[in-house]
Design a binder for this molecule. Structure first.
Ligand code: GDP
Ligand code: MN
Length: 338
């Protein structure tokens, strides 16, 4: 099948590179980024425990916690106690988490009412819209991230099923990878009615940003005529912040933001990161982290290969692996390579 061909011929296997397993790894300009609410503290602590045990206790990469309101003393104390690494807690500047001047807030409110009626997840929740816009256009510009090149996004409640015995940041640096994922799936169509039309407009205006070696097949089944709704699930990301800071991405975000779809529709950051990565990056710069077992809410990635499970001491049941499910977009991802 496609999976076998991909792994045999296109997959860059971190475990095949002894230099990544050196005893005294060099620490890169990399950071763990966690956007989280004070109310999610209890959900976050077990995630941190697992993340540290399974990986970061060996590397001690710093954490940056971001919030639209100030973190409580309790939050700061309890999260800092989970690691030897440095932790930073910051409030997001207002302009990164509020309506831009050109947005009609009555129209935005009507959108939320309609989205709720259409059962779009979080469609009625105003803060969710700000969160998606922040993750699409601003997290990488938060001043606390200025000094970093790489990030790993973590959310409260997620699980890490397997040991990770190398530094994924070193791996992506060495292999010139800009975006790494574990789960890919289909977006809710009602959340993005005009996203593709506007993206097409953008590409027409700026064809120079589209890579000639892109992975358009991941996001379209018909040669870019329509969007197939495939995206990388952005609650897990390991990537290069310079991808978002690039002219192509910044222009794309600005174009989308002006179109108003972060409030007049319910655009998520996942399809936006994904479409940008699929179009602007060479396909070799997107990596599937098969060896990182991971779970977010209802779906998980559980590596089925025995050698991966063994080297990672994975605690998940491969029967739960999302890769083989109907809504997985892993085949579309592979298809852009094969
Ligand atoms: P889902 O992953 O799409 O189901 O949405 P989540 O509720 O998990 O939100 C995505 C991420 O943004 C999580 O890390 C949340 O903690 C964070 N988040 C969502 N809404 C807010 C908010 O209003 N304030 C803050 N500080 N974080 C938020
Ligand atoms: Mn989540």
């Amino acid at each position: 099948g496609t999976r076998q061909i991909f792994f045999k011929t296109k997959y860059i296997d971190p475990h095949a590179d002894p230099s990544l397993f050196a005893n005294t790894p060099e620490r890169l300009k990399a950071v763990i980024v966690i956007l989280v609410r004070n109310s999610e503290l209890e959900k976050l602590l077990p995630t941190l425990k697992q993340f540290e045990d399974r990986w970061n206790k060996k590397y001690n990469y710093p954490y940056v916690y971001l919030n639209d309101v100030p973190f409580t003393e309790e939050f700061i104390k309890k999260t800092s106690a989970m690691t030897k690494a440095k932790t930073y807690h910051a409030t997001i500047p207002k302009e990164m988490w509020s309506y831009p001047s050109w947005i009609n807030q009555t129209k935005a409110e009507n959108t939320r009412v309609q989205m709720e009626l259409d059962n779009v997840p979080y469609g009625g929740l105003e803060s969710y819209y700000h969160m998606c816009r922040f993750n699409s256009g601003f997290f990488f510009r938060h001043p606390l991230l200025d000094e970093y090149d790489y990030y790993w996004r973590v959310e409260p409640g997620v699980e890490f099923y397997c040991n990770i015995d190398y530094d994924p940041f070193a791996f992506i640096q060495k292999n010139n990878i800009s975006y790494g994922f574990t789960i890919s799936l289909k977006e809710v169509p009602e959340s993005i009615p005009t996203l593709w039309k506007i993206t097409e407009k953008f590409i027409k205006k700026y064809p120079q940003y589209v890579s000639s070696d892109n992975s358009a097949k991941f996001i379209s089944d018909n040669n870019m005529e329509t969007y197939n709704l495939c995206h990388f699930w952005s609650n897990f990301e390991i990537g290069d912040l310079r991808f978002y800071r690039s002219e192509a991405y910044l222009k794309y975000f600005e174009f989308l933001d002006k179109a108003g779809g972060f409030y007049y529709e319910r655009w998520g950051d996942a399809p936006i990161h994904s479409i940008a990565a699929a179009l602007f990056l060479d396909k070799s710069r997107i990596h599937f982290f098969n060896d990182i077992g991971y779970k977010h809410e209802d779906f998980g990635h559980c590596p089925p290969e025995q050698e991966v499970r063994k080297s990672g001491k994975c605690q998940c049941d491969p029967k739960t692996n999302f890769d083989g499910f109907q809504d997985s977009c892993l085949n579309q991802y592979f298809s852009s390579y094969i």
